[in-house]
Design a protein around this ligand. Structure first.
Ligand code: NAP
Length: 341
């Protein structure tokens, strides 16, 4: 028999959708995703699994680590009967979320959304049918792919792909920081960091910003932002904590060192939608198009989407969780209209 709802993805959007769907007696089945290195690390639980302290998620006045927050989400979803597809069957033991059980979670590898019930394939070509599907596969921040960048990002050594998440940490206060990128995000992140930092270098690989006119002006007007044009970062320096960057000028090829106490990447995100190509309407960057930005309906009736996989602007755990909630409520109401409860 077909599942009522399958949820693909296990970040804040996916687990929140699961909590709401489970509490609505929809008995959700989750493909939470297998950990992988692409070279960015991708883990079940999403981008928060790569974040050390989360200080802006409401309800945690003392802060919480990203992995702990995601473990709470998962445990709450499982408490209400959410099932997760794993190497050991559908009911993982999440009593101790630190025991690494999540490495056994399965990817969804393929979908056929051309007729209902929808067909969803997991690893090993296991086929499950579903009346409704919620896609919450998120997006991964783009990284330069440098070995030391990845090492320091993983160890909390002052390298991050989210200034709004990490920039207010005491370790960055009154330091000289660097942001890489020339788009709206880079300027937004650099401006945000100037609230805490002594100075912010905006390192851009060209001599013209990609950002919108208003954002460009914001960068030019901020006395704490210095733009380093035509520069690429070739290495990140520092043992336990970042101490600087090796730069190269793209025009003159001249090499230089820049001492900094923090590095923030803002070179775009890639939505995890490769497996959806040709199935669902995507925009030019691969994000899922919603029929109405305030709801979760996609171009296919019965398929809903939530979180960073539809959102290139806010990209916060709290906004993703909110969208996850919407998607489960939309799915529940749509299933009821089809006579499936
Ligand atoms: P984006 O517009 O794609 O910009 C990415 C930037 O990173 C570009 O300047 C690009 O350089 C640079 N870059 C890419 N790969 C690089 C690499 N390997 N090394 C060095 N630099 C690299 O991405 P975004 O800024 O995240 O914005 C995404 C979307 O969200 C946009 O539509 C944006 O308008 C929107 N957004 C809006 C706001 C706002 O209005 N407040 C805030 C945030 C985001 P090149 O320019 O040379 O390609």
């Amino acid at each position: 028999m077909a599942e009522k709802v399958i949820i693909i993805g296990s970040g804040p959007a996916g687990w929140t959708a699961a909590i709401y769907a489970a509490r609505a007696n929809l008995n959700p089945l989750v493909f939470a995703g297998r950990p992988k290195q692409t070279p960015s690390t991708i883990l079940p639980g999403g981008q928060l699994m790569l974040t050390t302290e989360v200080d802006n998620y409401p309800g945690f006045p003392e802060g919480v680590t990203g992995p702990k927050l995601m473990a709470h989400f998962e445990q709450q979803a499982v408490r209400f009967g959410t099932r997760i597809v794993t190497d050991d069957g559908l009911n993982p033991d999440v009593s101790n979320p630190d025991d690494g059980h999540s490495y056994k979670y399965h990817d969804c590898t393929k979908l056929d959304l051309s007729s209902r019930p929808f067909k969803v394939w997991g690893e090993g070509d296991e086929l499950v049918e579903a009346q409704a599907v919620i896609i919450a596969t998120g997006a991964t921040a783009n990284w330069l792919g440098l070995e030391n960048e990845q090492r320091l990002a993983r160890s909390g050594g002052g390298v991050s792909a989210c200034a709004v998440c990490d920039g207010a940490l005491p370790v960055f206060r009154d330091k000289e920081l660097a942001v890489i990128g020339g788009g709206d995000s880079a300027i937004e992140e650099a401006s945000y960091l100037t609230k805490f930092a002594k100075k912010v270098y905006l390192i851009h690989r060209r001599d013209e910003l990609r950002a919108s006119k208003i954002m460009r002006q914001r960068a030019f007007d901020n006395p704490k932002i210095e733009i380093l044009w035509n520069k690429i970062v070739t290495d990140v320096l520092g043992d336990k904590m970042i101490s600087g960057l090796k730069l190269q000028d793209t025009q003159t090829k001249e090499k230089s060192d820049l001492p900094v106490g923090g590095l923030f990447l803002a070179i775009g995100h890639t939505p995890a939608t490769k497996f959806l190509k040709g199935q669902l309407e995507l925009d030019s960057k691969g994000y899922i198009n919603l029929k109405d930005p305030y709801r979760s309906f996609t171009s296919i009736e019965g398929v809903f989407a939530a979180g960073d996989v539809v959102d290139s602007v806010y990209r916060q755990a709290i906004t993703a969780a909110g969208m996850g909630c919407r998607s489960a409520i939309d799915a529940e109401r749509w299933l009821a209209e089809q006579g499936i409860e």
